[in-house]
Ligand binder design. Structure first.
Ligand SMILES: C[S@@+](CC[C@H](N)C(=O)[O-])C[C@H]1O[C@@H](n2cnc3c(N)ncnc32)[C@H](O)[C@@H]1O
Length: 287
């Protein structure tokens, strides 16, 4: 780590995040990953940045900011992104989405002519619970339809969450949200009673392609058209212009007739888009 140790302990103004440093950090995160942190998020930012300061043994916010914006501070970028993003997720989170997928979307895709592979994208997949939930639902569906297959692209900005998703190992209490019949089929239990974890079976792990992708990039390096995009509980942190741009990019990456699922606290109603509303937080591209 390249941070030059300082003798000076933080005190006085240095012990708090100044308005100026808060502004610099919030502009920095907004420019890099689209997350908008208004003045009401200052305490939140202080708490999260403090974690990095403790780790690096940097005594004051002022010094941490100087470090982040210095040439050596480039290495700090992924760590700061990690602490400033919210990674909360769950298996079968917002379960009505998976019911709609299973009952309405998948039968429609199975009946189409042409491609026999259903392509799903979990954009902002966090630690993997969302793409592995999708994999369970799709695996169950294709098992009943001869000749049908699926693939899941799972992307996130944070390398830390992607590494966790790659391992596919979760505490048993987290996996309790998976219905028992699916748990028995798709989760392997550890033999160590001291460490009650489960691991996603290889059959599902190999269906999920994990990649780092920034949703605010101008273009996504994705060549195949998607049939379904899940982008849940991330747009809520973006401002309106960023949301609109993102939703328009999703529209271009969907096949005609493809679906977009967003989080329950999110909406497209104030955005300029060509999507058709199907059900709460579920939208369709015409075709
Ligand atoms: C709250 S989690 C949502 C996880 C999952 N979609 C769900 O609903 O359970 C939000 C995720 O968005 C990711 N994220 C934030 N900004 C991003 C960006 N610009 N590009 C890609 N991912 C981003 C974060 O790293 C985090 O893992």
């Amino acid at each position: 780590m390249g941070y030059p140790a300082s003798e000076k302990e933080g005190h006085g103004d240095d012990a708090y995040l100044s308005d100026r440093d808060f502004k610099r950090l919030s502009e920095w995160i907004h420019a890099r990953i689209g997350i908008f942190m208004g003045p009401d998020k200052k305490t939140l930012m202080e708490g999260r940045v403090k974690k990095r300061m403790r780790h690096l043994k940097i005594p004051s916010f002022r010094q941490y900011c100087e470090f982040v914006f210095s040439v050596q501070g480039k290495e700090e970028t992924p760590f700061l992104i990690d602490v400033l993003t919210t990674n909360k997720t769950d298996f079968f989170r917002e379960p009505v989405h998976f019911e709609y997928l299973n009952r309405t979307v998948l039968p429609g895709l199975a009946g189409r002519s042409g491609s026999n592979t259903i392509r799903v994208w979990s954009a902002a997949c966090s630690t993997g619970e969302e793409p592995y939930t999708l994999a369970m639902v799709l695996q169950e569906f294709v098992a009943r339809k001869a000749g049908l297959d699926y693939t899941i692209l799972a992307t996130d900005i944070s390398r830390t969450v992607l590494e966790k998703a790659e391992q596919g190992i979760y505490q048993e209490e987290i996996a309790a949200a998976v219905p028992l019949s699916l748990r028995q089929k798709y989760l392997l239990r550890s033999r160590d009673p001291e460490n009650p974890v489960v691991r996603i079976v290889p059959e599902l792990r190999e269906k999920v392609w994990l990649r780092r992708l920034n949703l605010i990039a101008d273009n996504f390096d994705i060549s195949k058209e998607m049939d379904v995009i899940f982008c849940r509980n991330v747009m809520i942190y973006f401002d309106r212009a960023t949301q609109e741009k993102l939703v328009q990019k999703f529209y271009r990456h969907l096949a005609p007739g493809g679906y977009l699922f967003i989080g329950h606290a999110e909406s497209l109603s104030n955005l300029k888009t060509s999507f058709t509303y199907m059900a709460p937080t579920i939208y369709k591209k015409d075709g």
